[in-house]
Write a protein that binds this ligand. Structure first.
Ligand SMILES: [Zn+2]
Length: 149
């Protein structure tokens, strides 16, 4: 199967860092999926607010590494990620069409930062670790949902 294995350059819109804002179920406007995902890690509203208001997704990620995790985050994180990515594509028609146009391609979040949960790290150290590629899988699920509409 043909594949797209880097969410950069022409495919940067697939990344959670991409500049596509969306509103969640409570009407809160998030700058990026990364902001939303990092904020959902905690139920501390002050920390959530810090993440919400910070300008870049990289900064949001850094704050997210310091917050007190909510109960069962490891079980919940897949649902929040799926929800954030879904809302992003539902509310940004242009990239929803782009996603649809990748039909027939396997989507793999190749990376160099040792993320083998959401993606698949390409560094020599991780060579023999299969990446679970959950972000790629979520994108492919959403793509399938769109084409069934
Ligand atoms: Zn690695």
């Amino acid at each position: 199967m043909k594949k797209i294995d880097e969410f950069e350059g022409n495919f940067a819109w697939m990344s959670n860092f991409s500049d596509h804002s969306f509103r969640d179920e409570d009407g809160v406007l998030w700058r990026t999926v990364e902001h939303y995902y990092q904020a959902m890690k905690t139920i501390n509203m002050v920390d959530r607010g810090r993440i919400w208001s910070i300008s870049t997704p990289g900064q949001a990620k850094r704050i997210g590494q310091e917050v007190a995790l909510r109960d069962n985050w490891d079980d919940l994180k897949f649902d929040f990620m799926t929800n954030g990515v879904m809302l992003k594509f539902l509310q940004n028609k242009g990239i929803a069409e782009l996603l649809d146009s990748t039909k027939g391609y396997s989507l793999i979040e190749g990376n160099w930062w040792h993320d083998n949960i959401w993606g698949d790290c390409n560094c020599p150290k991780c060579e023999n670790k299969p990446g679970k590629n959950w972000l790629g899988k979520i994108l492919m699920l959403i793509r399938e949902g769109f084409s069934n509409e």
